[in-house]
Design a protein around this ligand. Structure first.
Ligand SMILES: C[S@@+](CC[C@H](N)C(=O)[O-])C[C@H]1O[C@@H](n2cnc3c(N)ncnc32)[C@H](O)[C@@H]1O
Length: 316
C-alpha cells in the first residue's frame, strides 16, 4: 500500500460507508444486465482508461527504480504478513495497488507454475517466486507498458531468475493452454470490461486440477448501469466490481468448482486499526458500525465495496 496514494483497500473502506457513493453520468460501462446475464460490450474504451490511469500511477511513483533502494522509506504495506515482505527493498515492497494477499491464500508449492493476472509492479510475482523456488516459474501479465517496464527493472534489481513479465490482456492471455498450476490476481479482475472472457481464459491456461487465488473488490449488490458507467470509478476498482452472486455465477459458467467468494474482514480491520482507512460518511459511522454493515451487508441500503478473497479450482 503506497503511502503517496489512497490505495485500493483504503478506498474500498472509505466507500464502505455506502453514503459516499457518487452517481455516475458518463457511459463506458461494459457489463450490461438485461436478462440476468452479463454481456460483453465495447471493451476497448475501458482498457484505454484503465491503462492510462495505471500508466500514470506507475510513473508518478517511480521514485526508486534502479537505485540502491529506498532505505529511508518506511515499510507501510499492510496487505501482507511483514515476514513475507522481509528482505525486499522498501520501495518494491510498498509498491502495490492490491487489495489483499492472494499469495498466502494460494498455498504455493516448490516447482509450481504461477500466473499473476495484472501483475503491476510485480510484488506478488516476487513473493510467489520465492515460494515456488528455482524449479518453479512465475509469469506476470499486464497490459500497461509502464508497469511492465517497472516490474522488469525490479526483477533485474532483485536478480530474480524464475519470473518473467509479458505484456498482454487478461481477456487474451499470452499463455499456453493447460500450462499453469496456480493463477493469482490482486485487485485486477474488477477492472476488466469482459470478465466472462477473463474467466474463460483462466480456465484455458490452468492445468486440470489447477487453482485460482484472487483478491478483488466485490459489491453487496449488482451495480446500476449509471454506476457502472463512471470511468473514473472504474479505474478506482469500484464501478467494474461484481456482486458476490455475479462472481460465483461467472466462475461457475466458466467451469470452475469449489468456488468461494468471502469478504476479507481481516484486511478491512487492519486498515482501520492502522489508521490508513478513513471513514467518510454523512452518518458518521464508527469503525464498528462499518464492520457490522460488512458482515450483514445484504441489509444495507446503497452500495458497499469490500476486498474479498476468491478461490476456485478447475476440475481435474
Ligand atoms: C489495481 S492495479 C493492481 C496491480 C497489482 N496486481 C498489485 O497488486 O499491485 C491493476 C493492474 O492491472 C492491469 N490491468 C487492468 N486491467 C487489465 C486487463 N484487462 N488486462 C491486462 N492488465 C490489466 C493494470 O495495468 C494494472 O497494472
Amino acid at each position: 500500500m503506497n503511502k503517496k496514494n489512497s490505495s485500493t483497500a483504503q478506498k474500498a473502506v472509505q466507500e464502505n460507508s455506502g453514503e459516499v457513493a457518487q452517481e455516475a453520468n458518463s457511459c463506458c460501462g461494459s457489463l450490461r444486465r438485461t436478462t440476468g446475464q452479463l454481456e460483453r460490450r465495447d471493451p476497448s474504451s475501458v482498457h484505454k482508461a484503465v491503462q492510462e490511469h495505471y500508466g500514470k500511477w506507475a510513473e508518478e511513483n517511480d521514485t526508486c527504480c534502479g537505485q540502491a533502494g529506498g532505505a529511508d522509506e518506511k515499510l507501510d504495506n499492510i496487505l501482507y504478513p511483514q515476514e513475507l515482505l522481509a528482505g525486499l527493498p522498501t520501495d518494491i515492497a510498498n509498491f502495490t495497488a492490491g487489495s489483499g494477499d492472494p499469495i498466502s491464500v494460494a498455498g504455493l508449492k516448490p516447482g509450481e507454475v504461477v500466473l499473476d493476472l495484472g501483475s503491476g509492479g510485480g510484488l506478488d510475482c516476487y513473493l510467489a517466486a520465492r515460494q515456488v523456488g528455482a524449479t518453479g516459474h512465475v509469469i506476470g501479465v499486464d497490459m500497461t507498458p509502464e508497469m511492465i517496464r517497472r516490474a522488469r527493472a525490479s526483477a533485474e534489481r532483485l536478480a530474480v531468475r524464475n519470473v518473467e513479465f509479458r505484456e498482454g490482456y487478461l481477456e487474451d492471455l499470452p499463455v499456453e493452454a493447460s500450462s499453469v498450476d496456480v493463477v493469482v490476481s490482486n485487485c485486477v479482475i474488477n477492472l476488466s470490461p469482459d470478465k466472462l472472457r477473463v474467466f474463460a481464459e483462466v480456465f484455458r491456461v490452468l492445468k486440470p486440477g489447477g487453482r485460482l487465488s484472487v483478491s478483488d473488490i466485490v459489491t453487496n449488490r449488482p451495480l446500476s448501469a449509471d454506476k457502472r458507467a463512471d470511468r473514473e470509478e472504474w479505474c478506482g476498482c469500484v464501478a467494474g466490481a461484481l456482486s458476490h452472486k455475479e462472481y460465483v455465477d461467472a466462475l461457475t459458467g466458466a467451469g470452475f468448482v469449489d468456488i468461494r467468494v468471502s469478504p476479507n474482514i481481516e484486511m478491512i480491520e487492519k486498515a482501520m486499526e492502522s489508521g490508513l482507512a478513513r471513514v467518510e460518511s454523512n452518518k458518521k459511522l464508527s469503525n464498528e458500525e462499518i464492520l457490522e454493515h460488512i458482515r450483514n451487508w445484504d441489509n444495507l441500503e446503497g452500495y458497499m465495496f469490500t476486498p474479498h478473497t476468491i478461490t476456485a479450482r478447475k476440475p481435474a
